[in-house]
Design a protein around this ligand. Structure first.
Ligand code: ARG
Length: 698
């Protein structure tokens, strides 16, 4: 055997639960027995003494938690990084531990003030790989990890703790001799679990259950093939034996009341330094947010996004607007355990309107398209918001904004041109924007202000019954205004419009010039034509509301008739089709597009069964639209929503709240949803338009 290991302990002379700084201490203030604590500590001391040399540090009055020497600092070779406690309650321990380390000849590093790090409680050497596992999330801050890498000359792998009961890494994670790992996976986020699995082979991972975890089974002192712990289930004991470890149990119930056990009560001071690359993958960025940050809840959303994404933050600067209409500015420092997590978080922050401020990364990063229709892996996926990218020191606006695309950049004689493109449309010779640098999106803070009065009910999203009338009034007003100034309204409609008797109202809208494009599928046209030719819709008499004998064939007959004519327009021309929505479109030169689907009967000659073509036609028809009215068609409405940039008003009417919610969830203030019968809505709308027309005339 090599030299005996040395371990630092601190006698429990002043130990007690005096305050609450972790969940174990809740309800346990002054509830631990001094005598029993002393007996348990002595027993641990005896056990460890048979395997190691124990050093002692003088206990201090007023520092009850000083018994937990694991939190004194982190030692590697002859170097120590002294702890900076997160809670003021323990900060008084720092000078005493520092004095002890210095008296022993260690080189002691001090972290910047306000950068918490809790020593070996949150940082553990892997016993085979020579790297350091470091925890963050409750006590130690992620930003301390790069210091550890540098000062201790070691590779640091950051792990995020997510269960507040396991607030220190050593409460749920214990690297063992020969590269084994005893740990409680549920205490870590998914990403951290993945990094653990990538580094530690399956046969060396000993994952424990909650029952053992809450007995602090991971809070183990490991010396060669011996593991010393508070308490362990028979099952886990067998598993450990199976891997060649002998288990020594020594009860530490009185210390559990403060949230610690065997490992917390010790600090291994002989920690040989293995050769390993000095490396921390922790990344930092600073973002800037500007706007009505408090009113819109944007700051909270941004901070939540950072934490939920596995990063941490520090608000560096916050300038609150002085007047109600002034905007505020915030600068936030974002940290993430590595570049992949950082890219993910930054992507989401940019979607919220944040700007990455680092001067060296203010240029957008481009990667060439090397295969038609395929982008580089880390391409930036677009949103509905106006987006600019920074190229050669200038911000250029991305053309054709839509969501779920890539930004394609081409060089022209007059400079770079950026265009939102679907992946399938990418061509070799173009480049796509990758990562998150040099990209900014614009939220319409000004739109919010300007439109507060006109569209004040919009923020509410799904409207209640009483609000239907309000929406009708607003939409009627908008339709008139848009028509009168030569604007554009597109209508997306499903067959329900016909079933619910909405047809005559939609016809009127088309006749009076309120509709400038109609988008639907095969079904709305077939039902409309069936009704017009035979008075039924899917075989149901629209006047009487009863099934007509043999009516189910009407639907197919309608399709057959149009096929004979060659197209809907030809059927109108030949005098075969003489009324209905499709008839009005043809008569009033309103372009329409019918997108096919797998369930289509026929289809009609006009229906586009090539969906790529249909999507392109839809996109063309909604170009420049001021308002899109979506009438009871989940499929086509969502399709249209995906290709529409922010700034276009969208009104979605559906009897199914799920559809309405989905569309008003775009987060753009211009979209509203109304849960109501579409036939009823259309009749109210026409009524309102008639009223407005009357008002204007009189
Ligand atoms: N009461 C102490 C605290 O919350 C317990 C520390 C336990 N130590 C440990 N390494 N897990 O800080």
């Amino acid at each position: 055997m090599t030299d005996k290991m040395r371990i630092l302990m601190c006698a429990p002379d002043h130990y007690d639960v005096d305050y609450v700084i972790n969940p174990w201490m809740e309800g346990n203030i002054h509830r631990s027995s001094r005598e029993l604590a002393e007996a348990q500590w002595d027993k641990l001391y005896q056990v460890l003494q048979t395997y190691a040399t124990i050093d002692l540090v003088e206990p201090q009055k007023g520092s009850p938690d000083m018994v937990f020497t694991a939190n004194a600092g982190l030692i590697l070779g002859d170097t120590v990084v002294l702890s900076r406690f997160f809670h003021p309650e323990r900060q008084g321990e720092e000078p005493h531990f520092q004095a002890w380390f210095e008296s022993q000849g260690y080189k002691v590093h001090l972290l910047p003030k306000n950068l918490p790090f809790e020593g070996a409680g949150d940082a553990l050497m892997d016993r085979a790989g020579g790297w350091l596992w470091a925890g963050y999330g409750f006590r130690s801050q992620l930003d301390s990890h790069p210091y550890l890498a540098e000062w201790l000359d070691v590779e640091v792998l950051s792990l995020r703790l997510v269960d507040r009961r396991f607030y220190h890494l050593d409460t749920c994670f214990c690297p063992l001799t020969d590269g084994y790992l005893l740990y409680y996976p549920a205490a870590f986020d998914t990403y951290s679990n993945r990094s653990i699995e990538l580094r530690v082979p399956a046969e060396k991972r000993i994952a424990i259950e909650e029952a053992d975890a809450v007995n602090f089974a991971c809070n183990t002192v490991n010396i060669d093939r011996v593991v010393v712990m508070n308490k362990v289930s028979d099952g886990l004991k067998q598993t450990l034996k199976g891997h060649g470890f002998s288990v020594v149990e020594t009860p530490l119930t009185e210390f559990l009341k403060a949230g610690g056990a065997a490992k917390c009560l010790t600090l291994r001071v002989t920690e040989p330094h293995q050769e390993s690359p000095q490396l921390s993958t922790v990344q930092n960025r600073t973002i800037r947010l500007e706007g009505h940050l408090l009113d819109s809840g944007l700051v909270n959303r941004a901070l939540d996004t950072i934490v939920a994404g596995g990063g941490s933050f520090q608000v560096a600067n916050f300038k609150l607007g002085e007047q109600r209409l002034d905007t505020s500015v915030a600068e936030v420092k974002v940290s993430a355990p590595d570049s992949i997590v950082m890219a993910d978080i930054m992507g989401q922050l940019i979607d919220l309107g944040a700007i990455d401020t680092a001067p060296d990364i203010s240029e957008a990063k481009l990667a060439p398209v090397t295969q038609p229709g395929v982008a580089a892996d880390d391409f930036y996926a677009t949103t509905i918001y106006p987006t600019e990218i920074s190229i050669a020191g200038e911000w250029i606006l991305v053309q054709g904004q839509r969501m779920d695309g890539a930004i394609a950049v081409t060089q022209t004689a007059t400079g770079a041109v950026a265009q939102c493109k679907l992946l399938r449309d990418l061509q070799v010779g173009e480049s796509v924007v990758v990562g998150s640098a040099g990209i900014r999106t614009k939220r319409a803070t000004t739109t919010l202000k300007k439109n507060t009065e006109e569209f004040s009910f919009m923020g509410a999203g799904v409207s209640s019954e009483r609000r239907v009338e309000l929406v009708v009034e607003q939409v009627a007003w908008d339709l008139r205004r848009i028509r009168d100034r030569g604007g554009k309204v597109a209508v997306v409609a499903g067959p329900v419009v016909i079933h619910t008797g909405g047809s005559e109202h939609l016809n009127q809208l088309i006749r009076e010039g309120y509709v400038h494009a109609l988008l639907g599928g095969n079904a709305i046209a077939v039902h409309d034509i069936e009704q017009s030719l035979m008075g039924t819709s899917l075989g149901v008499d629209m006047q009487l509301g009863v099934s007509v004998h043999g009516g189910h064939r009407h639907h197919l007959k309608a399709i057959n008739t149009i096929r004979r004519c060659g197209s809907i327009a030809k059927a109108v021309e030949q005098g075969v089709l003489r009324s209905g929505v499709m008839y009005e479109c043809v008569k009033h030169n309103v372009p329409f597009s019918l997108a096919g689907s797998i369930r289509d009967d026929g289809p009609l000659p006009d229906t586009k069964m090539d969906l790529i073509e249909a999507q392109a036609e839809y996109a063309r028809l909604i170009e420049g639209a001021d308002l899109i009215l979506m009438l009871s068609s989940m499929l086509h409405s969502i399709g249209v929503g995906n290709m529409t940039p922010a700034g276009v008003k969208m009104v979605c009417i559906d009897i199914n709240p799920a559809v309405v919610t989905k569309l008003s969830d775009r987060g753009s203030i211009e979209s509203i949803g109304v849960v109501t019968d579409v036939g009823l809505f259309l009749s109210l709308l026409v009524q309102q338009l008639n009223k407005l027309a009357g008002l204007v005339e009189s």
